[in-house]
Design a protein around this ligand. Sequence first.
Ligand code: MG
Length: 269
Amino acid sequence: MTMRRTLFALAGGAVLLSAVGVALAQREYKSGWVWPEPPVVTPAPVDKPGAPPSDATVLFDGTAESLAKNFKNGDKWVVADGVATVKATDIESKDSFGDVQIHVEFATPEKVDPKQTGQGRGNSGVYIMGRYEVQILDSYENKTYFDGQCASLYKQQPPMVNVCRKPGEWQTYDIAFEAPRFAEDGKVLKPAVCTVVHNGVFVQNHFELKGGTYYDQPAKYVKHAEKAPFRLQNHGNPMKFRNIWVRELKPIVGTPPAEKKDGDKKDGE
Ligand code: MG
């Protein structure tokens, strides 16, 4: 073989090999899991972020009727112009929730009383399952202990950033919460996990709670039901709320592929 022919043969072989390589690289992997189809949900209109998606349960739609119907003591708060103002008591959802997304919109009092500082200014909170508080506070140019400021998991974890709006301006929480799992004897099999998006910004990312959040004692777990109501706190400040909705969080459950035994033909696709 002449040198020239040899070079052509080598080049031809290289082209063939690279073509086989590309074909192998392009072979699609499929997991083999069988999944039910995720339900179709219509999201909020793009110019109305925070409006409930089609599968949400709306707990407060701006009417006094909805607040009274969906919350114990909901009739005690003042509802006007689509806004509920805290008065006299906590309110508690009549329904119970486990793994859940909670959307609330709130505003701290526009008129700031200079005598009210720290925890005294614009305080409320979302007590998930009645015992895990995502703090609500006016933390706009108002310092307090960091694991007690707005969007903290109270006395457990400060928010990653302080993204509070000014007093009187509307703010949003989107909370994703996974309920803890307990054994019969009360042992924690899986801690509660909480993610908080405050005004569109992730401020808590999959935080594993150390237990219930308390003012006067360290966090601890006490076995409770798989589902429980949530509370919105009265801390003596005329906090405003609007647009409260929830969605149960249910992962899609699939079926894994059957285990391959020796001698089974390899699945090509
Ligand atoms: Mg509070």
